[in-house]
Design a binder for this molecule. Structure first.
Ligand code: SF4
Length: 421
């Protein structure tokens, strides 16, 4: 957690210097981002969703959202969008207090959510800069075809790379891109190993509340960097030590060794009350052994790796296989697979008001996962960065009742004489 915070602080400080260092600035989004390609051109990436969630963790998002609503953005609009627009209206000061420079280019590579397109239309209006659009076909039938892959590669060649070349005045160095992708792959191996460690009992990690710290660097500006390789090697080392000692993950209240419930969690977390939200689970001895949110910026747990031998194809496959680009039946199948693979007792769906990309169809998904696994699911609702929609007492009540129900369903321990050979 501390290493991740240090990386993030360094990132915002570097961003604050981008103008002085004459580094072009490109805004882009997390799911389906092309950070290795941006780094190959030495441009500085900005992730508006990350700014929003970091602002929320510092209790600044509600003010930004109100600012955007006063300017006419509806209550129904995604709170990430309003937080970002409100932040821009208040001087575009980022979560760590550094000013975020305006974009020189908007790189609209995204998966699964139409809101991203409207978001960048608003930013283009505001900043008057160009957009490079990468259209990633939705996995409607639950698979990536050759035609989809070629379609994305062709757009990289005809649209995205030429616009980055024009912006920076230099040609793409393919060898540099390959070297960046090789480092991404190294970090991805370590991250996937860490998530796989949750198969053990007790689980040495919390794959949701701890998981958001694990994915931070690799989902954003650090993929392809030596910093990311070091971070994931260190993380793996820590988790290996916990496994060897039979220890659980560290929570704000200390180690969670007494694990009474193993859960799979679907949906993004709430960021305005992240610690209180987490507490509801660890107070009840509930550990997340897997989650879907940690696959939004890359399906590493499901086997995806960047491949330096096929740089553009590999970037295309990365975009196509992000969790939010999967169809609803496929998402239900992924959750059901994780329940079996990680030997989970239950699963919880956290439905956020803001995000149609995640929330549409989740009630249907609940029933489908129950049908596929025979495991009953829990359902809670709040929001990403709009604190008005987070109700601690209500969520706590629901989670406690759900966990009690899971306990009541367990077969009673048999008397000692029955289990004698
Ligand atoms: S609706 Fe969801 S996926 Fe789309 S921008 Fe908002 S949080 Fe992201």
């Amino acid at each position: 957690m501390e290493a991740q915070k240090a990386l993030l602080t360094g990132y915002y400080a570097k961003l604050g210097r981008a103008r002085a260092e004459q580094r072009p600035v490109v805004y882009t989004f997390v799911p389906g981002n092309l950070v290795e390609l941006l780094e190959a051109f030495d441009v500085a990436p900005v992730y508006p969703e990350v700014n929003a969630l970091q602002s929320a963790m510092r209790q600044r998002s509600d003010g930004f959202i109100r600012e955007a609503e006063r300017a006419g953005h509806s209550e129904d609009v995604c709170s990430y969008v309003k937080c970002d627009l409100g932040m821009a209206m208040k001087g575009n000061i980022g979560p760590t207090g550094e000013a975020i420079p305006p974009p020189d280019l908007l790189l609209l590579s995204f998966t699964g959510c139409f809101t991203f397109m409207k978001w960048f239309e608003l930013l283009r209006e505001q900043y008057g800069c160009d957009i490079a659009m990468l259209h990633v076909p939705y996995q409607g039938d639950g698979e990536v075809t050759d035609a989809m892959r070629s379609y994305v590669v062709e757009q990289l060649q005809r649209e995205v790379i030429p616009k980055l070349e024009k912006l920076t005045g230099r040609r793409l160095d393919l060898d540099r891109l390959r070297a960046l992708l090789a480092r991404s792959r190294r970090a991805e191996e370590d991250l996937a190993w860490v998530f796989g460690a949750a198969r053990r009992r007790p689980s040495p990690i919390d794959a949701y509340f701890g998981g958001v710290y694990y994915i931070g660097p690799i989902f954003t500006a650090f993929r392809g960097s030596e910093d990311a390789c070091r971070y994931y090697a260190q993380l793996r080392g820590e988790v290996e030590a916990r496994l060897a000692a039979g220890e659980g993950p560290i929570t704000p209240a200390g180690p969670l060794d007494d694990q009474r419930h193993r859960l799979v969690i679907e949906g993004p977390p709430n960021w305005t009350s992240f610690r209180d939200f987490w507490k509801i689970f660890y107070d009840e001895g509930a550990v997340a052994v897997a989650s879907t949110y940690t696959q939004v910026g890359g399906s590493y747990e499901r086997g995806f790796r960047h491949d330096p031998a096929r740089p553009l194809e590999s970037l295309a496959e990365y975009c196509l296989t992000c969790y939010t680009n999967q169809s609803l039946p496929r998402r239900a199948a992924i959750v059901a697979d994780m329940i079996r693979e990680y030997d989970a007792d239950g699963f919880v769906i956290h439905s956020v008001k803001s995000c149609n990309s995640f929330s549409a169809g989740q009630l249907h998904m609940l029933r489908e996962v129950e049908r596929l696994t025979g495991v009953p699911g829990g359902f809670i609702e709040s929001d990403l960065v709009d604190g008005r929609y987070y109700g601690q007492a209500n969520i706590k009540n629901r989670i406690e009742s759900y966990l009690q129900m899971l306990t009541a369903r367990r077969p009673a321990a048999r008397p000692a004489e029955e289990v004698r050979p």
